[in-house]
Design a protein around this ligand. Structure first.
Ligand code: ASP
Length: 439
């Protein structure tokens, strides 16, 4: 059995957190490959090392500030961890190289990646594990997309002969050897890639919460932890704003059906959330989670005999494509159609309605821009009667008007569009209806 364990920035923010991490790793001999993030915040006003590195690089390259002075607080953070852990390690030569490369404008990705790189060296030294630079085993294609084929074979062969290793998260190498990072929070993706490459039995993702919550704790007081969730459900919830794991972290392990376990470094005894391909056991509740986002726009189009006008939707989609706008949902009626768009896209293309109007010649077209979408997600709803009724009853009792409804035939989720001002209230009443009332 082998496990890949990824620790987030708050799990490695200082020496005390490093000690907890080492205890966790040493308490299970199957935890063989470790993927660290850069040191995160130690307290709420603190700055993550990754953000310090971006700022440092910009100050040196754009504002021409002194490289040594700018880098000093970053070196101080790492040196603090090293001395508090009582290690004899010195990173001075590494700092020199980094400062030189910053001056030579090695790029913002290179700059940001040094947080994981240096933290990985410290963690490997502390654990007595081998350090493997991610730039030697994780690769991107010339177009910037992750190269899974090359990475898989390289990682598998390098790790084949190494029983324990630390591989820093967040970055890899371009074909020309320069460093490229994943998007923010990308160490989650590295963990998943390593787990897939070695065909691990489990990918443990250690963070500072005890798993995925059924609803956002800023909206629902003390929500339940989801014990088990499928990749598909998680994808729906993450897309709709539930964030614990990087969105792209699901894909590598999902293809190999390797489960992910979200765990809490500060509460290691809690079981956390298991993310699995399929769960043969019945779910805890009919719904697994509720998530949502504000700031959507809905364009409503009415046109007589729209239903028999061949190519109507294609013309709209051509306008969207030409403007680089992707749609979220397109619920249709007989002579009506609604196009739900991300409000951020509409902000960038404010004339999108006029352009759609020009190609569709509707009787009526209007745009409403203060829509919120809520996804009620659950594998338990499949073939189960009454779920939609309960959602609508909860909303109607709370005096909330539903602007749009969308349920795919996979019956995995029901998406409801409501006015932004009803967002928090709607999530609360749906939570009460399905989770609290079942207790
Ligand atoms: N350190 C990077 C960030 O802050 C990547 C990560 O933590 O996963 O986004």
């Amino acid at each position: 059995m082998s496990k890949v364990v990824k620790f987030g920035g708050s799990s490695l923010a200082d020496a005390n957190q490093f000690r907890k991490v080492a205890d966790i790793i040493r308490s299970d001999k199957e935890r063989r490959y470790v993927v660290p993030s850069a040191p995160g915040k130690r307290f709420s006003d603190d700055t993550k090392v990754t953000d310090m590195l971006y700022a440092c690089y910009d100050a040196i390259t754009e504002e021409g500030k002194n490289a040594y002075n700018q880098f000093a607080p970053i070196a101080e953070r790492f040196n603090g961890i090293i001395s508090d852990l009582g290690l004899t390690l010195s990173l001075d030569e590494e700092y020199e190289t980094i400062i030189e490369n910053f001056r030579a404008r090695a790029g913002r990705d290179y700059a940001a990646s040094r947080g994981e790189y240096l933290n990985g060296i410290i963690l490997a030294n502390y654990l007595g594990y081998e350090f493997i630079d991610a730039a030697k085993v994780i690769f991107f294609r010339p177009d910037g997309r992750f190269d899974d084929t090359l990475t898989d074979s390289c990682l598998a062969s390098v790790l084949h002969g190494v029983f324990h290793a630390v591989i820093p998260g967040f970055y890899g190498a371009n074909p020309d050897g320069t460093v490229r990072t994943f998007s923010r929070g990308g160490s989650d993706v590295t963990g998943s890639i390593v787990a897939k490459a070695i065909n691990a039995d489990l990918y443990e993702n250690w963070t500072d919460v005890s798993g995925f919550l059924v609803a956002d704790p800023r909206i629902v007081e003390n929500p339940d932890v989801i014990e088990s969730i499928t990749y598909k459900e998680l994808r729906e919830l993450s897309y709709m704003g539930a964030s614990v794991l990087h969105e792209a972290a699901i894909f590598p392990v999902r293809s190999a059906k390797i489960p992910i376990n979200i765990r809490n470094t500060n509460e290691p005894e809690a079981k956390g959330t298991m993310i699995v391909a399929d769960d043969p056991n019945p779910p805890q509740h009919i719904i697994t989670g509720i998530a949502g986002k504000k700031h959507f726009s809905v364009i409503s189009i009415e046109k007589d005999e729209m239903n028999s006008e061949v190519g109507f939707l294609r013309r709209i989609l051509t306008v969207l494509e030409a403007n680089g706008v992707s749609f979220e949902h397109i619920p249709t009626g007989i002579d009506t159609m609604s196009i739900v768009l991300d409000g951020k896209d509409v902000d960038k293309k404010p004339d999108i309605v006029e352009k759609i109007c020009a190609v569709t010649e509707p009787n009526h077209i209007e745009m409403q821009s203060d829509l919120a979408l809520i996804a009620v997600v659950g594998r338990g709803m499949k073939a189960k009667k009454g779920t939609a009724t309960r959602i609508f009853a909860a909303l109607s009792h709370a005096d909330i008007n539903i602007i749009m409804i969308d349920q795919g035939s996979s019956e995995l989720n029901i998406i409801i569009g409501i006015h932004e001002s009803d967002f928090e209230k709607a999530i609360k009443v749906i939570y009460d209806m399905f989770i609290l009332s079942e207790k």
